[in-house]
Design a protein around this ligand. Structure first.
Ligand code: FES
Ligand SMILES: [Fe+2]
Length: 322
């Protein structure tokens, strides 16, 4: 949940088919509860925040950040509330412009989300878009070196480059990292060398983060494709602002055209995957990054990332027409 979207009202939010409601208490601390009132199931996100508690819109029951019911207005004044009246509450923390919720039964590993390099040095805009496609396809698209000249008229540097110089051979490099993989150009000559300082770098961090960096490790754009269900995800985007003015993070209602262009092609393909036979797919060498990130996500989902990453192809140079 983007920090700039969570103010004095409760906000509904879905994650892996769980419907949640988030709100802030009196100290501005975020809390996440199941979006279902313990009384008659009304969505708590329809209610309001009163004195740091969440009040249901139907009969006014109130719940604290730990999910316990703290007030039932229809009870006689001398009656007490049973201890087992409440809604499930989830672990929650705020970091680098987002409120993070952990819905797993076991504690998270690692116990905090990955950070953004020098986040507090910059000012940011953030926004949300729903994509009716799997989060894996959206991540593959973000690492795909060849689509921009066709999918992104007037919005993408590669489209302008292709108009100026035509479609050209362009080698890119793909490297497995501790936390996912990076795709970058220009390629390095030395297999063990670091990513060149001036490179355009697209950094994928498990489970769902893409960072675009140009010339440094401080990202210009950070995308997260949060899985809502197997066939839909929510893009949470964060873009660095050029002028150092105004609030640190500003909420944007705009739908950036470049993301809408990706959404259009991805949603049209998802319809075929939903029909259940992915064997129609054919790939070429240029799809190396897409195929590799698929593998990385699959290994992580099976809990085998740490054990397997050393055996993955560590470095690959791919020559593409882009
Ligand atoms: S349904 Fe929430 S108070 Fe009755
Ligand atoms: Fe794209």
């Amino acid at each position: 949940m983007p920090s700039s979207r969570l103010g004095g009202k409760p906000v509904a939010c879905s994650l892996l088919e769980q419907d949640l409601v988030l709100f802030r208490d009196r100290n501005s601390q975020p809390h996440a509860l199941l979006d279902r009132c313990a009384h008659r199931g009304v969505r708590l996100s329809l209610g309001s925040v009163v004195d740091g508690t969440l009040r249901c819109r139907y009969h006014g029951w109130r719940f604290g950040g730990d999910g316990r019911c703290v007030q039932i207005p229809s009870l006689p004044s001398d009656a007490s509330i049973r201890a087992n009246v409440g809604v499930p509450a989830f672990r929650c923390l705020e970091q680098d412009g987002y409120v993070w919720v952990w819905i797993g039964a076991e504690p998270p590993q690692p116990d905090t989300p990955s950070t953004i390099a020098h986040f507090h040095r910059y000012r940011w805009k953030q926004g949300t878009m729903l994509f009716a496609c799997s989060f894996v396809s959206a991540i593959e698209n973000s690492l795909d070196w060849c689509h921009a000249a066709f999918t992104h008229p007037w919005t993408h540097p590669h489209w302008f480059a292709s108009k100026l110089h035509g479609i050209r051979d362009q080698p890119y490099e793909c490297r497995v990292t501790e936390h996912g993989l990076v795709v970058f150009a220009p390629v390095t000559k030395d297999a063990a060398a670091a990513v060149p300082a001036g490179a355009l770098k697209i950094d994928f961090t498990l489970p769902d983060r893409i960072a675009f960096c140009v010339g440094s490790d401080d990202p210009l754009i950070v995308l997260r494709f949060v899985p809502v269900n197997p066939a839909a995800c929510r893009l949470e985007w964060l873009a660095r602002r050029t002028l150092p003015l105004g609030p640190r993070i500003r909420w944007s209602h705009r739908t950036p055209t470049v993301f809408a262009q990706d959404r259009k092609v991805l949603e049209s393909a998802q319809e075929w995957y939903d029909r259940g036979d992915p064997n129609f797919e054919r790939s070429v060498e240029a799809d190396a990054a897409s195929l590799l990130v698929r593998r990385v996500i699959a290994l992580a989902a099976e809990g085998r990332w740490e054990a397997s990453r050393r055996h993955l192809h560590q470095r690959r140079i791919v020559n593409v027409r882009a």
